[in-house]
Design a protein around this ligand. Structure first.
Ligand code: GAF
Length: 404
């Protein structure tokens, strides 16, 4: 938050390239709005969201912060403190890179009401390309702050949907709603049980004896360039085939259960059969993990995570050697209940659920072994389940002020 505010002050002190006659402004404290949104890990429920399925994410205490002041025109002047770059966006602009997320969110929000011009500064401690959903955190923080400077508000789930549309239509990732709903709706000290078909959600408290470790493999992934969109298409092709064979109206792979898959497995190409098997069994694992978490049975949650990883590795084929090594390393570390890759895969991070009393020891053991076992750029850190997007209230400190 402080870095975003400092970057905003520097941006404004530097004058305005849109208006060559403008003079640098003093850094007045009034009219400053700041929003933060978290990254996430997903305990179970990988690649189920775009199949109308179930997931069990948790927001982490790493955030994207966006500081904003309104402008008199309709422009967005945006400073990315971490990249030392500034973008200047008119409403019709369609930039590349990080600015594409900002422009896309503004474009979608403008469909339902005015979005005023603003100077924005972004700072983040969510690692990018690490499978922790830094892009959804950016979208939610930008969306929340743009609504605030425009005197508008939206229920948080509607903002999440707007940001999801921005990602799909504006950035070109055919993703589901997992990341945007996580960055929006997770609550502190809880996981979020999310039904991606009905958009119903429920917080599942995790209790004080649960620790969470992220093992970032250091292998960067980029959803637009990975096999992500291929998986979306493979699922769609398998669904078409199952519809034909079953002679039934199936809305999505959510309508497929083990019996239906078994009955028509021979109609599917082997690769499609494996993809569907992952989705069907993963939805079952999410329910099991949710029930186990609610009952405080962390061994069962861990088992579901390990089984989920095997399924993502073997049936869905979205893991990579470094992620497999990270999960294997975590699984053999004392105090770890379970681990799996999190996010889209093809690189990025694994998440491990750990007995909180053993957290420091487990983190040290994994950190020590990671360079050799996982890779030279591996990075291990502990995190706490955090709350979703919120405006930072300067008066009261960092309090959630957004309606849920
Ligand atoms: C990425 C996507 F953006 C999500 O929608 C989800 O599909 C996830 O990969 C895999 O579960 O983060």
């Amino acid at each position: 938050v402080e870095r975003a505010k400092t970057a905003l002050a520097a941006l404004r002190a530097g004058g305005d390239a849109f208006d060559s006659t403008s003079t640098p402004e003093p850094t007045e404290p009034a009219n400053l709005t700041v929003a933060v949104a978290p990254g996430r890990v997903n305990l179970v429920g990988g690649h189920t969201d775009y199949n109308d399925g179930l997931c069990l994410p948790m927001a982490v205490d790493r955030h994207v912060a966006v500081a904003a002041r309104p402008r008199d025109d309709d422009r967005l002047r945006v400073r990315a403190a971490d990249f030392d770059e500034t973008a200047e966006l008119a409403p019709a602009d369609d930039p590349d890179g990080w600015a594409a997320y900002v422009a896309a969110v503004a474009r979608v929000l403008r469909e339902d009401g005015p979005v005023g011009g603003a100077d924005l500064a972004i700072a983040s401690d969510v690692p990018t390309g690490a499978g922790l959903s830094s892009s959804a955190a950016l979208e939610l923080a930008v969306g929340r702050v743009l609504l605030a400077v425009s005197g508008r508000d939206l229920p948080t789930a509607d903002l999440a949907l707007a940001c999801w549309r921005a990602e799909v239509e504006g950035v070109g990732v055919e993703c589901g709603i997992l990341d945007q709903f996580s960055a929006a709706l997770c609550e502190a000290d809880s996981a979020l049980f999310l039904d991606c078909r009905t958009h119903e959600f429920e917080s599942v408290p995790v209790g004080d004896d649960v620790g969470v470790l992220v093992i970032d493999t250091g292998v960067s992934h980029e959803l637009t360039e990975s096999g992500y969109n291929d998986r979306v298409r493979e699922c769609a092709a398998a669904l078409d085939r199952l519809r034909e064979r079953a002679g039934r109206d199936l809305d999505s792979l959510r309508d497929v259960d083990r019996d239906l898959l078994d009955a028509h497995a021979d109609a599917l190409e082997p690769i499609h059969r494996r993809r569907v098997r992952h989705v069907v069994t993963e939805n079952e694992r999410v329910r099991r993990a949710r029930d186990a978490l609610a009952a405080g049975d962390l061994d069962r949650v861990g088992d579901a995570m390990l089984a989920a990883h095997e399924s993502l590795r073997d049936d869905y084929e979205v893991s990579c050697p470094e992620l497999d090594a990270a999960v294997e390393l975590a699984a053999e570390t004392p105090g770890v209940y379970g681990a799996r890759m999190t996010g889209g895969g093809f690189g990025g991070s694994a998440v491990a659920l750990v007995d909180d009393d053993a957290l420091d020891r487990a983190a040290r053991a994994i950190r020590d072994a990671a360079p050799e076992r996982v890779g030279p750029d591996a990075h291990v850190f502990a995190c706490r389940p955090s709350g979703g997007v919120r405006l930072v209230d300067e008066e009261r400190g960092d309090e959630p002020t957004a309606p849920r």
